[in-house]
Design a protein around this ligand. Structure first.
Ligand code: PMT
Length: 325
């Protein structure tokens, strides 16, 4: 699927490709509700003078992987790797830095404030006492209390809006909808696109309706390329926003080359380059001014790479807002 230089996915994406992707996608079921919620969220966090002293900056954090269904009544699908750890942890740091966060996440992946809880928090962290009350069980008391209060605080004061997706069709339609709701924010908008987005998909109209039968023999299926939406995001949906995309590779040799090509080709403000095996230890932030290596503080137990990463991003976003005004 890739050319030997590894740059296959930088082929031109035309407006026709983008139009035909959206035209042929199954319509988002609750599009009107998502639009209403996002517009209210943007309005509430921009309302300086009435509810807020200063309008907040708003970041869209995308998190988790998209699926590519192989059947319309889907039994089988192709998945993209991402646990959602990067996105959910980053969302927490953006909230701490005073941003309002739209968290567009793959259903079933990590959520903000829940990354340090075990896999099955309800059963592993809670217990029923003699008096039929439910309490946290040791050693989770502090973790559970913090997770609940931080998460409730963010949602109840209107600084965290969570929107789920599963398929590539849902993800890209949501992205378009949210980006157009955020376009009025100008340089106060930040796009942090950490989701792992499918590069190939089966167009809806050529997809089998029912479960593909194994009795028909080997499966021969043609996948077409998903148009790169970074192009339209930057050019049409949110031209003044600060845009950060991610580049994930397993081969170190091509990582930085591809990240820099993405920075230039899609006119991103930053590309966060990460290697699959070391992604929790180190990322390299590629910018027009050069590369910055960001590492987690190995001297501190529990320290993560997202903390210094978001610090750097907030600093650079502030500089971009100042120069825009
Ligand atoms: O969730 P974790 O387990 O913590 O892992 C985090 C991560 C490794 C998934 C994350 O740090 C990361 O690298 N995410 C991006 C992975 C990815 O999809 O890379 P890519 O090379 O396929 O895409 C690069 C960029 O192009 C992405 O920002 C994506 O939003 C964008 N893209 C991709 C495909 C497409 N058709 N259109 C796009 O705009």
């Amino acid at each position: 699927m890739e050319a030997s230089n590894g740059l296959r996915d930088f082929e031109e994406t035309s407006n026709d490709d983008i139009k035909s992707f959206f035209d042929s996608s199954p319509p988002l079921k609750n599009a009107a509700e998502i639009k209403r919620k996002t517009e209210e969220f943007v309005q509430m966090n921009s309302d300086s003078g009435k509810l807020l002293k200063h309008p907040r900056r708003i970041v869209l954090v995308t998190s988790g992987g998209t699926t590519v269904p192989l059947e319309q009544r889907c039994v089988r699908y192709i998945d993209n790797f991402s646990s959602g750890h990067r996105g959910s942890t980053s969302a927490e740091y953006f909230l701490k830095a005073g941003y309002a966060v739209v968290f567009l996440y793959r259903e079933g992946t990590y959520q903000p404030f829940c990354t340090s809880l075990p896999n099955n928090p309800l059963l592993e962290c809670l217990q029923v006492t003699d008096k039929s009350n439910i309490t946290a069980r040791p050693p989770y008391e502090k973790t559970v209390k913090e997770a609940i209060s931080n998460s409730h605080a963010a949602t109840s004061c209107g600084t965290l809006l969570k929107l789920p997706f599963t398929t590539i069709f849902e993800y890209l339609q949501n992205l378009q909808l949210i980006a157009s709701s955020m376009s009025s924010l100008g340089s106060r908008a930040l796009f942090y696109l950490a989701a792992a987005v499918s590069d190939f998909y089966v167009p809806w109209e050529s997809m089998a309706v029912h479960k593909i039968q194994s009795s028909s023999g080997p499966l021969d299926m043609r996948l077409v390329q998903v148009p790169k939406m970074l192009l339209v995001l930057r050019r049409d949906w949110a031209p003044k926003a600060f845009c950060i995309s991610f580049k994930l590779e397993t081969d170190k040799e091509i990582l930085l080359k591809k990240a820099r090509t993405a920075l230039e080709k899609y006119n991103m403000d930053m590309v966060v380059a990460n290697e699959l095996l070391t992604r929790k230890e180190e990322v390299i932030v590629v910018t027009k001014g050069g590369n910055v290596v960001v590492q987690r503080d190995r001297t501190r137990v529990g320290a993560d790479v997202e903390e210094p990463l978001i610090e750097l991003i907030v600093e650079q976003h502030s500089a971009a807002i100042s120069s825009a005004s």
